[in-house]
Write a protein that binds this ligand. Structure first.
Ligand SMILES: NC(=O)c1ccc[n+]([C@@H]2O[C@H](COP(=O)([O-])OP(=O)(O)OC[C@H]3O[C@@H](n4cnc5c(N)ncnc54)[C@H](O)[C@@H]3O)[C@@H](O)[C@H]2O)c1
Length: 324
């Protein structure tokens, strides 16, 4: 008999077929307590779980005593209680690598859109305000040759450094938990402590995972250390930044602008002051959201679940130690 799995995300037909070839699949819309109680027996017998963006905590795991592997369609896994998974020896698989280049493109989009005020001036054109030759109130600031600081020099940080170095001749500074020799050798990136990075960067780009350590790592004190001309970019996770402090820094002119793909609360509440600030470019968490990359992520997550339930954890496994 095929193992049972719960799928809580829509998949393209061919990937659903691949999953169904290996498993008996119960598809649900979400992992809310209502959904779980509605499909109680399917959750009770499921050995695998595949989806994204829903909380997977002890309360859910209680309802899934047979669960052996979870597979998230994302690289970030802050919505999983990893300790609870480890205690129960449940594998957690994720999708690094396949989305790296696309997220770096999104970050570069934010760098360019904020510095050149692309959205702001395009909106003015649509409103019919381009009636003569443009003056300084339409001007942006240069990107090329400016200093770009990266907080979180991992896979995505490295791809961003490549773009900044080769594409825009930008000196790159970075901070991470450890030195990154490849970033230093290939892109001439310079490791520095966070305070130095904040003080010297024209663009402060954050691409950190959300952990107990990184929650609100960027707050009032960090914005005060940045240049008044600094542009702040966040495409890691919203709660890494104290959003109230960011709003205050943008309102007071402590920093020049912000380009944001992630927020403390998502979707961003419609009454957020971030939506009324002209120096903010707010994207709806589209870091990896291209047709090609989302397909590749879903395919990777399906393969990951097949691998994990067959005991293969050589790649894309967050906690391979629980397999031994
Ligand atoms: N906006 C999006 O759609 C989107 C898409 C993909 C990933 N992300 C986020 O980006 C994050 C990074 O992805 P990645 O593939 O580059 O991960 P990665 O694991 O390769 O890199 C993470 C980097 O952060 C550093 N880091 C972690 N904790 C730190 C700390 N306390 N202080 C300093 N540095 C610290 C690590 O040293 C590493 O260099 C993901 O965890 C996810 O949250 C967002």
């Amino acid at each position: 008999m095929k193992p049972s799995v719960i799928l809580y995300k829509a998949l393209p037909d061919d990937l659903l077929a691949r999953l169904e070839h290996h498993f008996t699949v119960t598809q649900v819309n979400d992992l809310s307590p209502e959904t779980v109680s509605q499909h109680e027996s399917a959750f009770a017998r499921a050995e695998g779980l595949l989806g994204s963006s829903e909380k997977v905590d002890s309360a859910l795991l209680e309802k899934m005593p047979k669960l052996r592997a979870t597979s998230t369609v994302s690289v970030g896994y802050d919505n999983f209680d990893v300790d609870a998974l480890n205690e129960r020896r449940i594998l957690l698989m994720h999708t690094p690598t396949v989305l790296t280049e696309t997220v770096a493109d999104t970050m570069m989009t934010l760098v360019l859109a904020t510095a050149r005020r692309a959205l702001d001036v395009a909106e003015r054109v649509k409103k019919g305000e381009w009636t003569g030759s443009i003056g300084p109130d339409w001007f942006g600031i240069d990107v090329h040759h400016k200093t770009l600081g990266i907080i979180g020099m991992g896979r995505i940080g490295l791809a961003l450094a490549q773009r900044a170095h080769f594409g825009f001749s930008m000196p790159v500074l970075y901070n991470a938990r450890r030195h990154h020799p490849e970033a230093e050798e290939r892109f001439n990136a310079r490791y520095c402590d966070i305070d130095t990075l904040l003080a010297e960067s024209d663009f402060v780009c954050v691409v950190l995972p959300l952990t107990d350590e990184t929650r609100h790592m960027i707050g009032k004190a960090q914005f005060e250390r940045m240049k008044n001309s600094a542009i702040f970019i966040n495409a890691g996770r919203g709660p890494v930044v104290d959003e109230q402090a960011l709003i205050a820094a943008l309102q007071s002119g402590e920093i020049y602008a912000a380009g944001l793909d992630v927020f403390e609360q998502e979707p961003l509440p419609t009454d957020s002051p971030l939506l009324t600030l002209p120096n903010v470019v707010a994207l709806p968490h589209i870091g990896s959201a291209t047709h090609e990359t989302r397909y590749n992520m879903a395919a990777c997550a399906v393969d990951n679940l097949i691998d994990a339930l067959n005991g293969k954890v050589e790649k894309n496994c967050v906690n391979p130690q629980v397999a031994s």
